[in-house]
Design a protein around this ligand. Sequence first.
Ligand code: NAP
Ligand code: G4F
Length: 346
Amino acid sequence: MGKVTPDAGARTALISGVTGQDGSYLAELLLGKGYTVHGLVRRSSSFNTERIDHIYQDPHQPGGRSLVLHHADLSDGVALVNLLRELEPDEVYNLGAQSHVRVSFDAPLYTGEVTGLGTLRLLEAIRASGIDTRLYQASSSEMFGAAPPPQNERTPFHPRSPYGCAKVYAYWSTVNYREAYGMFAVNGILFNHESPRRGETFVTRKISRAVARIRAGLQDRLFLGNLNAVRDWGYAPEYVEAMWRMLQRDEPDDYVLATGVPASVRDFLRAAFEAGGLDWHEHVGFDANYERPSEVDALIGDAAKARDLLGWEPAVRWRELAELMVRADIEALDAELSGARVRIDR
Ligand code: NAP
Ligand code: G4F
């Protein structure tokens, strides 16, 4: 963590949420494009950089560093101003959030504070620091909530959770700073996107991990909530490419990113268990604790604008995604178990 002298001429980006699923893929993408990447990391009592450890360079080693981590938090506006003044990044990606919808019902004020007001703090920090930068805001299809599908940039919002409400606040704050101050600020309205790096409590990863653990005899039952919800699941590495493209346009605008292909939680569950050679009926039980007080029944995106203006088209669909996530979890568990066996043998 700490100061860095960037390569002369290299573009710099600041990513909030760099330790999350999308932040890790985006950092890899930008490093590959020659950027110096600064990541905002929040203080934690245990390590929280697992997803980016493979791209982090020890500052004590000789040679320049392209990924630099800074302790800060979206609840601390002064730290954000100071960091922006110091770094003067060309691009800022605001991916940091309390991003779990079910948890947002248990911690609604905290979610509003970080996911909603956190975005306003960052916008205001950009304005106060006076730097010339471009901002990407991680908006969400969860903002559409109860609005019938297909949803696109013109669909009115009807959020169904504290998380969705916080994201609507952040969305309009971003639009407002663009209109009021001429800021280059864009909203990417992203439908669900997953990967082997997806947090373990989101439904796709919860399922793919369970398949691996059931096959290995470490678990027998998996408890889930509503299996009828329909989502539009894409592959995260493809989505971060479009985030970058949004900031390379001449004019700031807002874009939906989605595959346009619907699947229910039950569809994903069946495909994932089949990929592991298992029958889900033999292992899955219902737990009402995983239901939400108000559910989003169907999210199916229309990403025609991103296709036409960004030249972005996703290739991976939900079934392939289920298969690749199961494969990755089986391989990771095999490696972990054989590592454990080696340790025991010694
Ligand atoms: P994620 O894996 O949950 O990552 C969230 C990131 O935010 C983590 O790095 C987390 O840090 C950080 N964070 C949490 N609270 C923070 C705080 N107070 N200050 C600073 N950072 C904080 O989420 P993701 O799936 O990568 O999603 C990235 C963004 O896109 C989020 O804003 C999410 O709401 C939004 N989004 C996601 C999807 C999707 O399907 N994945 C769809 C639409 C929109 P820790 O690692 O320390 O927890
Ligand atoms: O995987 P989920 O928790 O994702 P959700 O709620 O769609 O939110 C994700 O996508 C949003 C984009 O639309 C993001 F903005 C947000 O940050 C997050 O990344 O749940 C998907 C569906 C829901 O309908 C839920 O009710 O799966 C259902 N579900 C059924 N059983 C479950 C479970 N969800 C979770 N997390 N855990 C369960 O046991």
